[in-house]
Design a protein around this ligand. Structure first.
Ligand code: NAP
Ligand code: MG
Length: 491
């Protein structure tokens, strides 16, 4: 496989190279010497042009009715998955630049389309103002778009995460400047360009490039009236400092260290171990709301370990383009090292570490950024794999005696993104969920394969500020505006 692609910026309705002609190379994480393509290395001048284009396009876009914007958003939704051959080619390119298996890259593209459609369907509800009739004023509470929104996404699920921001920002009436991650820019930039060219010039602008060169130029730009960022806590903290200068409102979706609690009465039949496996190991564990700590009632501990171990050990680790592969490499050497260090620390502490799965091609495995899926049994809760976000294929499993103890362990963490309760008693699940410090709790499931996008999603504590998805995911891109008049004047 030697074809390489080149992607461009997209500003003011047209594809263009970086202002200085610069590009950067993206290599295949399964075969790090294989060049997959070159993305345009945007410059601060390109950011300036993108911001100005978005600002110019705003009044006309904002002046459209929700129904008119919904019609365009629906057309985009249909176009994303219209040409199956193109989707397949893009998914394969995406796997080559990212590492994740092609089943997942196809899923990213189709989910993006679904999320556009879902947002278009909020049009009628968005149209409604709230009316208050009470002396001394009658009040119309309306919402208006913020203007230019900057959207910054990480490498792990770039299109799915854009699906939580981009159609929402557009339906709300904003124009946008998008910055994909340097680590996965080719398929995202191609897909976004297709979307941008279907909309009026300047409504969607795309600037690829390294954060060190253009990051602050985007997040600190005075024309940005709203910033929606997904990424790490460290960069999120930096974003808050930079945006403080312009008092730019932010939504931050940061990391997670999600706990799952398996109760004494959990139903461990059917596909439960497949669900637990996917919860933790989908995308080679590189998911913000993957299951990252599993607490199991001591009466079911051996059963859970045996069942999960069997499923994990059956996984085939290799090149994500091969049909037999069920787990690809990690995306990059830096993240691989984080996980390797956690495994080394656990082994040095004499922990019960099991690196599992089948590796048909040892040479590939040694040369790429691969890590076999691992379980750490009876994990000591002071280990990094428990205390920190692993963002990779390793899961600590910890027994508990009482639900009070399980909730206390789940909440003893600086993050509060998602969580899960596994029980046959759904009332118990809801009661326990209410005690968890997290923005989302799944019942008998966890992670992207169980996500329906209807509820607002986001974190407590260091997992972030604000919510994406759902109706609230659209209205975050708007500001409230009260219009008041004396009795009978306006209502
Ligand atoms: P990251 O290093 O924080 O980067 C996220 C994005 O921010 C990338 O596009 C990055 O660009 C950009 N960036 C970095 N510095 C910037 C700056 N000064 N100004 C503007 N943009 C800047 O995170 P990552 O390593 O890509 O992703 C992994 C992390 O994201 C994990 O902690 C994970 O939990 C979190 N995450 C959270 C969610 C959620 O919904 N809560 C979802 C997915 C991932 P470059 O890539 O070009 O450096
Ligand atoms: Mg952890």
């Amino acid at each position: 496989m030697s074809d390489t692609v080149e992607t461009q910026l997209f500003i003011n309705g047209a594809a263009r190279p970086a202002s200085d002609g610069g590009t950067y190379d993206i290599f295949n994480p399964a075969r790090p010497s294989e060049l997959v393509g070159r993305a345009a290395a945007g410059t601060p001048d390109d950011v300036e042009a993108a911001m100005k284009a978005a600002h110019r396009a705003f009044p006309a876009w904002a002046a459209l009715s929700y129904a008119e914007r919904a019609e365009m958003v629906r057309k985009v939704a249909a176009a994303i998955t219209q040409d199956m051959e193109e989707v397949e080619a893009r998914a394969r390119l995406f796997t080559r630049e990212h590492g994740k298996i092609v089943f997942e890259t196809r899923l990213e593209i189709s989910r993006l389309g679904e999320r556009f459609l879902q947002c278009a369907n909020y049009a009628d509800r968005l149209e409604q103002d709230e009316h208050i009739k009470a002396a001394p004023n009658d009040t119309i509470i309306t919402r208006q778009p913020r203007c230019v929104a900057a959207l910054v996404v990480p490498w792990n699920w770039p299109l799915v995460i854009l699906g939580a921001k981009l159609p929402q920002a557009l339906m709300a009436g904003n124009t946008v400047v998008v910055k994909p991650s340097a680590n996965s820019a080719l398929a995202p930039a191609m897909t976004l360009s297709r979307i941008a060219e279907m909309l009026p010039p300047g409504v969607v602008n795309i600037v690829t490039g390294s954060a060190s060169r253009i990051g602050d130029a985007i997040i600190g730009h005075p024309l940005v009236r709203f910033l929606n960022f997904t990424g790490s806590v460290d960069v999120g903290r930096h974003v808050m400092k930079v945006t403080a200068e312009n008092i730019t409102p932010v939504t931050l979706e940061l990391g997670g260290n999600d706990a799952g609690i398996v109760c004494h009465d959990a139903d461990l039949t059917g596909d439960v171990f497949q669900r637990l496996y996917r919860a933790s190991f989908m995308s080679t564990g590189q998911i913000c709301y993957a299951l990252k700590r599993l607490y199991v009632h001591k009466s079911r501990y051996d059963e859970v370990v045996a069942g999960l171990r069997t499923v994990v050990d059956a996984q085939v680790i290799g090149d994500g383009l091969l049909p037999e592969t069920t787990m690809g490499p990690m995306n990059n050497a830096k993240q691989l090292k984080v996980v390797a260090n956690m495994i080394a620390e656990a082994r040095a502490a004499d922990q019960d570490v099991h690196e599992l799965g089948q590796v048909p091609d040892q040479e590939l495995y040694q040369n790429g950024y691969f890590q076999r899926p691992a379980l750490v049994l009876n994990a000591d809760v002071s280990l990094s794999v428990v205390r920190k976000e692993q963002f990779g294929p390793i899961l600590p499993i910890i027994p508990f005696e009482t639900e009070v103890e399980a909730i206390a362990m789940a909440n003893d963490d600086p993050f509060g993104l998602a969580s899960s309760i596994w029980t046959a008693d759904t009332q118990r699940a809801v009661a326990l969920a209410r005690k968890i410090e997290a923005g989302y709790t799944f019942v008998n499931a966890h992670g992207p394969s169980a996500m329906d996008n209807n509820g607002p999603f986001g974190g407590f504590k260091k997992s972030g500020i604000g919510r994406n998805f759902g109706y609230e995911g659209v209205t975050q891109f708007q500001g409230l505006h009260s219009i008041a008049g004396g009795p009978g004047m306006i209502l």
